[in-house]
Design a protein around this ligand. Structure first.
Ligand code: 48F
Length: 272
């Protein structure tokens, strides 16, 4: 059979458009395809929720590929190991309570399992803002990362969702934008972003899970963003907390959203 270049082009454009159009009204939109966002997406998609992730970079996986200082191994504790088991990621015991895993195997498997469970990932797209309606976030504003990088004056598009997840890691990109618009109204002690504290794996691993929660109506934080938002410690290349945070978020959201496909959360139509 003779291959026609124009058919290849048409196939790509049509299939991408189909995927994009079918995912403009989601249960959950996650900003950032790092280990925390991907893990949350996996557990939610597995239960049938409509989940998409917008990732600024060409590659997904955030900071997991590079392990610690580009030594491509990660460390997880006992609880994190259970999530590696769920994904079928191999690991080795190092000492009691410490397990290591190849970071490339870990993140590529998490991504693959999330997608096979139904998560849609839109890479090369940045979340640049959120939509707010009557004091509740109801979607995100997106643009091609290349537009942002080139500083082009091109208007963005918007995508609706019941829940928006801030999973952009240390930079807290979505919350920083939101904070400016809802001055002092975040669900932190100060009403503002608290900022991350210095490295402490012992404390950081615990608080990253505790801090995985709602921070503004319909906006949740997970992964490193949770500690950066609520004033927790950073924890370096121990990744169990990121996986546990993603799983906790999925559990909270599954309870809140109820059964997949049920539109029980009223979406407000009028603007503020
Ligand atoms: O940074 P990242 O891996 O976040 P995480 O899942 O994991 C944190 C760890 O990697 C590490 C750590 C572990 O102890 O501290 O830092 O919390 O992934 C965040 C992803 O968000 C993307 C970014 O490219 C990365 O892949 N991202 C950042 N800003 C945006 C974004 C944005 N505005 N829109 C879309 N994606």
């Amino acid at each position: 059979m003779k291959l026609k270049d124009e058919i290849i082009t048409k196939a790509i454009i049509e299939r991408f458009t189909e995927k994009f159009v079918n995912n403009l009204d989601q249960d959950v939109i996650i900003a950032g395809a790092g280990p925390a966002g991907l893990t949350a997406a996996y557990y939610l998609s597995k239960q049938g929720f409509k989940v998409s992730i917008y990732e600024r970079k060409l590659s997904i996986g955030g900071g997991m590929w590079g392990g610690g200082m580009m030594f491509n191994e990660i460390v997880v504790g006992d609880d994190g190991k259970e999530i590696l088991d769920e994904f079928g990621i191999s690991y080795k015991k190092y000492e009691t309570g410490y397990y290591t895993s190849d970071s490339v195997e870990a993140i590529s498997t998490i991504c693959s399992k999330a997608m096979q469970a139904g998560t849609k990932i839109f890479n090369c797209m940045s979340v640049e803002d959120v939509m707010i309606n009557k004091g509740r976030v109801c979607g995100v504003v997106i643009n091609w990362s290349s537009v942002e990088l080139a500083g082009l004056h091109v208007d963005p598009l918007s995508v609706r969702s019941k829940i928006v997840v801030e999973a952009t890691g240390h930079p807290l990109e979505i919350l920083k934008t939101l904070e400016k618009k809802v001055d002092g109204k975040l669900f932190t002690k100060t009403g503002k972003i608290m900022g991350e504290k210095s490295m402490n794996a012992e404390i950081g691993e615990k608080t990253v899970v505790e801090n995985t929660k709602e921070i503004y109506p319909n906006v949740y934080v997970c992964g490193m963003a949770a500690n950066a938002a609520f004033g927790g410690n950073r924890m370096g290349p121990i990744f169990g907390g990121m996986l546990l945070s993603g799983k906790k978020l999925a559990d909270i959201l599954a309870k809140r959203l109820g059964k997949p496909g049920v539109k029980e959360m009223v979406q407000v139509e009028e603007t503020d």
